[in-house]
Every structure is written in C-alpha cells, then in structure tokens.
Design a protein around this ligand. Structure first.
Ligand SMILES: C[S@@+](CC[C@H](N)C(=O)[O-])C[C@H]1O[C@@H](n2cnc3c(N)ncnc32)[C@H](O)[C@@H]1O
Length: 224
C-alpha cells in the first residue's frame, strides 16, 4: 500500500481518537512504559481497544480469556469492560512481557480482576481445561499466529454456546489470500480460517481494518 494512503489511515485514526476516545493518561502511560521496557508496539490501536471494550460490554462479558498479553494494553480495555465483578485471564509466554503487563495493570487500577498467566499459551489453555475452568464469555486470540489452529481448538473447550471468539491480524496486508505462502504466520491464519469454515458450531465473519496499525482485520466467531 503506498505510504501516502498509510499516513491518511493514521491521520483518520487520530481524528476519530481525538473526537471519540479523549485523553486517557493511564493508557498513554502503558504505551510509554512498554516502549521504555523495549516491548514491540504490537498492541491493538486505541480505536481497536475501544472496539473490543464495546464488544465485551455489549455482550455483558464477565469472564474474558486473552491469548497474547504483551504489556497488557488490550487487557486493560477488557478489564475495564468486565468491571470490578468480572475476571480476565491473559496468557503470555515472554516473562518480561508478563512482568511489564502486571506492573501496567497495577498502575491502571485493574490488577484486582486480571490474572496474568506466564507460559506457552497452548499449555496454559490445556491446564485451564484440565482444571474445569468455567466457560469464558469472550476469548481474544492475539499471540503467535502459527498456533492459531491450536488456539481455536483449545478455546472451543473453554467456550459455551454464545461465547464470542475474536482473532486479531487475520488479513496481514492481504497476504492471507496467498495460498502458496510459506510465511508461517500466513499459513497459521489460513489453517485457522479453514478450521473455522469447516466447523458447524461456529458462525463467523471477518472485519477488515485499516488505521494506525496498517491493513489487517479481526475474525469474529460466535459459538453455537
Ligand atoms: C500481538 S502481541 C499481543 C498484543 C496485546 N494483545 C495487545 O493488544 O496489547 C502478542 C504477544 O503474544 C506473546 N506470545 C507469542 N507466542 C506465545 C505463546 N506461544 N504463548 C503465549 N504468548 C505468546 C508475545 O510474547 C506477545 O507478547
């Protein structure tokens, strides 16, 4: 995509952020601390975080599972949505990311309702299933894309009828349509989409997005 289009996407995001999201010092501080701690800026954008927060509130989600924490930016949007009575469990393989997220969640005043689980998400998901964790209302998949098919399979074990599953980064600048791609992230997303399409338990769509984070998209699945 030409850079001028990309910059217009960013400016448009900034316009909507200014008018709809307002100043949010807590979230601004999170991004500053993430940068200072050397974390990559792979968090969702402000408008996307707000979108996830609205979805969680609109569905009345009280139990949210997140796969891929980074510094806890999207986690905070979810934690705010569930309120003091809700629970967010977020899975992160990188110890430094998990520690930064714990610090950020504390500073944002939502640590009381969030559990950061350190370890490879596939293992953490199995442990949750073994422990008979109550079903989650909303599951957000946003970690290493090659594992997306496994994340889907294990998420379904932790879901109920009506659970909303959202997976980020399924468009990847349109690379998802390249059936000969050898990029393991593209392959992972394509296998995930195949598995979703073949599962009669799932109603699904993809919302393509442009903006501060480039051209990408969310897959949204409703469990029947
Ligand atoms: C895209 S970032 C998450 C962004 C975050 N959801 C946000 O919007 O603020 C992906 C995160 O997944 C983590 N990750 C990668 N592979 C993982 C794995 N196998 N298990 C758990 N976490 C993993 C990475 O360390 C990284 O912190």
């Amino acid at each position: 995509m030409p850079p001028e289009d990309d910059s217009r996407w960013r400016l448009t995001d900034e316009y909507f952020e200014r008018h709809l999201c307002g100043e949010d010092p807590a979230l601004r501080d999170v991004l500053a601390r993430n940068a200072a701690a050397g974390l990559p800026n792979h968090d969702v954008s402000t408008l996307q975080g707000s979108f996830l927060n609205l979805l969680a509130r609109a569905t009345g989600a009280q139990r949210i599972l997140e796969i891929g924490t980074l510094g806890g930016y999207s986690t905070i949007w979810f934690a705010r949505a569930v309120g003091a009575t809700g629970k967010v469990i977020t899975l992160e393989a990188n110890a430094h990311h998990a520690e930064t997220a714990r610090h950020n969640l504390q500073a944002a005043g939502v640590a009381d309702r969030v559990e950061v689980v350190h370890g490879p998400a596939l293992e953490s998901l199995s442990q949750l299933a073994l422990a008979n964790a109550p079903a989650f209302d909303l599951i957000f998949i946003d970690a290493d894309k090659p594992n997306n098919p496994g994340y889907l399979e294990r998420s379904l074990e932790l879901a109920r009828k009506g659970t909303l599953i959202i997976a980020d980064n399924v468009v990847r600048d349109g690379q998802v349509i390249e059936d000969g791609s050898t990029d393991p992230r593209v392959v992972g997303v394509r296998r995930f989409i195949d598995a979703v399409g073949q599962n009669p338990r799932l109603g699904a769509t993809v919302l393509q997005t442009v903006g501060a984070k480039g051209w990408d998209g969310f897959a949204m699945l409703l469990v029947d």
